[in-house]
Design a protein around this ligand. Structure first.
Ligand SMILES: Cc1ncc(COP(=O)(O)O)c(C=O)c1O
Length: 408
């Protein structure tokens, strides 16, 4: 045991030396209600009464604290209890699970949907059963870790990676698979979480259509739009709505814009029925709680209402205000419609200095350096929320203006 623990300690020390150790997590002790024209703040353990502003949350629509969702969760918990009590096929399926699945299918205009206990579990659960030993896979180089690990576990005949969003390379990779596989699976993030950019779904599906006849079982397209659903596209239907194009299967999370927790896949009825019979993460693992399912259904109905669209408009305005302010200050950003606003510093030291500077001013952001992003592409990821007030954005901009080493 001693030598085993020493080996683990040595690895942790290595990570510390290389600067890749995640270290201690920050503990949120309390969430403070909006006041004086500012949005909500949090108190962190060990930081006394300093209120912190979150620019590192995926709760893009600010629904995490929405009263209607909390009431829906409370009512479901009172009716069904807290945990589901068992996996779905034993005795863990409650009415809120079914109602949520029906609502998700309706929202995404598809025949069927099934929920998992996270989007990560959804990706693992979906990939393994749909990848046979005669399946080849094409994947964007910046796809999320769940896809990278899901493909490792699923063991396709071969996996081909193309440069981020590079459609010429994408097409070349598909050509290389002709005659080598009976089934081709194409998978991409919808919105890419480090950059806030999106998959060119119209081009991807057009190229797949052109090549589908070259594979006896065709080409299956899967988009994981965990960061896109709820906040991207005219009515929050994500990358598919923005590009006016659909993948065969869409994966999403209930834990970001929805403000709750869990994951789901939606698509063709036969595929969903097949996945209920074969996806290990679904069969052998508890579903989300009935309270989470009821809250997520409520969230979906809110997003798909005039109030939801109003909130989306507010989020877009806040995002635009921040982007324009950063550009005026001379920061290099990746601008777009999505509330992820990457500030490119291109230098790990500046990245660390800027995030520490902001922390000392009561602002939480996400610094991303190699190996999470390519060398020289260091960035501070800012995430805007509809719960931010104009004053919050102006406060952040004021602090960014005060940073002495603005990268040029
Ligand atoms: C593309 C993508 N898929 C999956 C996930 C994981 O989502 P969850 O927390 O629901 O497992 C994330 C989270 O960042 C993501 O960006």
């Amino acid at each position: 045991m001693n030598t085993f623990l020493k080996a683990l300690e040595a690895e942790l020390n290595d990570r510390k030396r290389q600067g890749t150790l995640k270290g201690e997590e920050r503990v949120i002790e309390k969430i403070l209600a909006p006041q004086n024209g500012f949005g909500p703040r949090v108190l962190l353990k060990g930081q006394g009464q300093t209120p912190f502003l979150l620019f590192n949350s995926n709760s893009y629509l600010g629904l995490r604290h929405h009263q209607e969702l909390l009431t829906a969760a409370e009512q479901a918990a009172n009716t069904y209890g807290l945990g589901p009590g068992a996996v779905r096929f034993i005795s863990g399926t409650c009415l809120p699970h079914i109602e949520l699945e029906e609502e998700l299918a309706r929202f995404h205009r598809r025949p069927a949907a099934m929920i998992f206990n996270s989007a990560y579990a959804t990706v693992l659960g979906v990939l393994a059963p749909l990848i046979s030993s005669a399946t080849m896979v094409i994947s964007d180089e910046l796809n999320h870790n769940s896809i990278i690990n899901g493909l490792r576990m699923a063991k396709p005949a071969s996996k081909k990676i193309y440069a981020h969003l590079d459609m010429a390379e994408f097409e070349a990779r598909i050509s290389e698979c002709i005659g080598q596989a009976s089934r081709l699976l194409v998978i991409s993030d919808g919105i890419f979480s480090m950059r806030g950019d999106h998959a060119p779904l119209a081009e991807i599906t057009a190229i797949c259509k052109e090549f589908a006849a070259q594979f006896s079982e065709g080409i299956l397209t899967i988009i994981d739009d965990s960061h896109g659903v709820g906040v991207f596209g005219k009515t929050g239907r994500g990358t598919e709505e923005h590009t006016d194009c659909k993948a065969d299967l869409l994966i999403g999370t209930l834990g970001k814009a929805f403000g709750v927790n869990g994951g789901y896949v939606t698509g063709n009825q036969t595929i969903i029925t097949y996945l209920r019979e074969t996806a290990a993460c679904y069969i052998y693992s508890n579903p989300i709680s009935p309270a989470e399912a009821a809250a997520a259904k409520c969230s979906l109905q809110f997003i798909d209402s005039s109030q939801g669209r109003e909130r989306l408009g507010r989020l877009r305005n806040r995002t635009r205000h921040l982007e324009q302010g950063l550009i005026a200050l001379g920061y290099q950003i990746l601008a777009g419609d999505h509330p992820i606003v990457p500030v490119i510093t291109g230098d790990s030291k500046i990245n660390r200095a800027l995030s520490t500077f902001l922390f000392n001013k009561g602002i939480l952001v996400t610094p991303l350096s190699h190996p999470v992003v390519p060398r020289g592409a260091d960035e501070i990821r800012l995430q805007v929320s509809a719960s931010h007030e104009q004053k919050d954005i102006d406060y952040l901009l004021g602090m960014m203006a005060d940073f002495p080493d603005t990268p040029s």
